[in-house]
Structure formats: C-alpha cells, structure tokens
Design a protein around this ligand. Sequence first.
Ligand code: 8YV
Length: 369
Amino acid sequence: MHPHEGGRKRVQAKRRARYPSRSRGASFRQTVLNCIRSRPVPHSKPLVTVTRKLPDIVETRMRELFNTQLNIDDVAMSREALEAAVAECRVLVPTVTDRIDADLINKAGDNLKLIANFGAGVDNIDVDAAHARGITVTNTPNVLTEDTADLTMALILAVPRRVTEGAQVITEDNQWQGWSPTWMMGHRIHGKRLGIIGMGRIGQAVARRAKAFGLSIHYHNRNPANPAIEEELEATYWDSLDQMLARMDIVSVNCPHTPATFHLLNARRLKLMKPEAYIVNTARGEIIDEVALCKAIDDGEIAGAGLDVFENEPAVNPKLLGRPNVVLLPHMGSATIESRTEMGEKVIINIRSFVDGNAPPDRVLPMDA
Ligand code: 8YV
C-alpha cells in the first residue's frame, strides 16, 4: 500500500459519513443544492406597530424579531396615527389607552392579521369586529395576577386604616402633634366580610391574601368556583349580587368589563350596601357608575372607596378628589417591572406563534364561545 493510502481512505470514510449522498454517487454540487433547497425560505419580518413605550428589554427583543415600529416618546397615538398604522401593519400591539373599535378595525388594511394586546383586559378592543374581519386577538393573562392582587390588598387596607391620610400628616412641614389615643382611628379588617365580584384568577389571588388577613371570603360570579378552590378559600358563593352587597364590609371589584358588567354597581346596588362598607376597584372604572358612587359617598350610603381605575381615564370625577375616605391610584395594578416585562414576553410569544402559523397561546375567543 502506498504510504499515503491509509490516510486517504480515512479521509474518504469521514467524507462519506458527513455527506452520505456523495457516497451514493451524487455530486458535491448536488448535495449543496439539496441542502439549500431543504432550508426554510426566510420570510420577511412582519411589520409590528406598538402603540406605547414598553420596557426596554421587550422593545429590544421585538426589534430583533420583527420589523417593529416603536413609540419611543410614549405619547398616546392619535386616531389618525392609529388609522395609518392599521392600514399598513401586520400586527398591532395596543394597550388599554387605545380604542380599537369597529370603525378603526374596518379601516384596517388586508395586512392586519393580529391584534396582540399588551394587557389582560380587552375591553379596549371590539373583539367581535376583529373576528368578523378575520383578525386574531390575543391578550396577556396570568402574569399580572399577583401584582394586581397585591395592589387590591393595599387598597383594602389603605381605606379602612386611613393609610394615605396618615401619610399626609408627616410631610416636610411636619404637622404631627404627637400620639393620641383617639386620633387616626380607622376600622379593623380582621374578622370582616369581603365580597369579591368576579372570582377569576385575580379574584382568587385577592381572596388568598384576604384570607391570610383574617377576612371571611364571599364572592359573586357567573358560576360557582371549582369546589377545591371554594374549600381552599373557605369561600361562600352568592348567586345574588344584591344579597351579597347588602351583607359585606368590603366589596372588591375583580371582574372584566363587558357589556354585561357595565355599571354593574349602579345607584340602586350601591344603596344596598351597608353605610359602614368600603368599595375597592382595581378592575375597570366602567363597572361602577362613578357619578352614583360620588353621590353614595356624599350621602353617607357607603363609608369610602379605594379606586385604581376610573370610568373616563385619565379623567377623574372631581367629586372623588380631596376626600379623606377615598384613596385614588392612577391605574397601576400591574405596574411592576416584572409584570410589564412578562406581559411584553407574552405579546412576543403570541406574535411569534401566529407568524409561524401556529395558534397563539392567548387567543381571545368570541364573547359567546
Ligand atoms: C394594564 C390592566 O396595565 O391588563 C390589564 O387589563 O388593567 C392593566 O394592568 C393595562 O391594561 C395595559 O394595557
């Protein structure tokens, strides 16, 4: 054998292992062509329009993955700007501050195929109109549950225990005259009854916290919760919202805003509540008739309110302002870097699955589904 023969055979064997088709006689060029043909054809990146500034880490990833139009200034897009966006983009990423109604959806171009909402609630979107145009709608459930429940609990504590009122006493021009046995007395929450309207994910997370604070859990929902959950929370189901309202010390609104829950708490229902009862809302302002709520507080029909959401955001009924028994927060239930980042991640997963031709995990189904 030639001195190099053994080496050449080893190289040929290696090549055969690497390029099996060559060993069957196909030319090297053919092999390369086959490889190229079997590679997925890279499709152009979809145009994704994001209506508000999102956490940097989310925006960076979106720019890597998609042809992304960002709103760096974070000024809410005008109606005209939204119309121009939907006429062009393949995916729209709106937030609670954008009204994606039937009129806007009907102005969308044929390209628009997905509305990937940055938020769990989709009352800002006419989902039926989107479906009628063959546009898929997704949202971002789960990831904001715990943070929203924390903020709800903060309001459940803040109103009866006069937390913001107390915090205003010690400011730079310290007004505090010193401790007194009868000053800043609020009301105990331990042992009181909490009535939760809407026992979904957030309602249950609120119930878990409230139970640990010694509140007894009552709830109203379209259907009773799973028996295992009722047992865990020692929760009492009220089929009648009216009857529940009349017996609660604190009422927490945790249901979505739909046509069925618009003004669910109207003047008549607010009158059913005990005059010592408080109301907390971290869901949507539209669920409570805000004018009726102001009147109920004025007339002493309820003892106070803790509100994170309002009927006409960002406007707040002036009658709610400057009251010691009303704590107001600017829609910040999910405002943690963790929630907002995970909401962004969900948006990205929904878009990617959709673009890849798969069903996005957080599809919003038609209302009557
Ligand atoms: C979000 C919310 O901040 O997700 C929701 O439904 O209410 C908020 O926590 C807001 O909707 C983002 O669009």
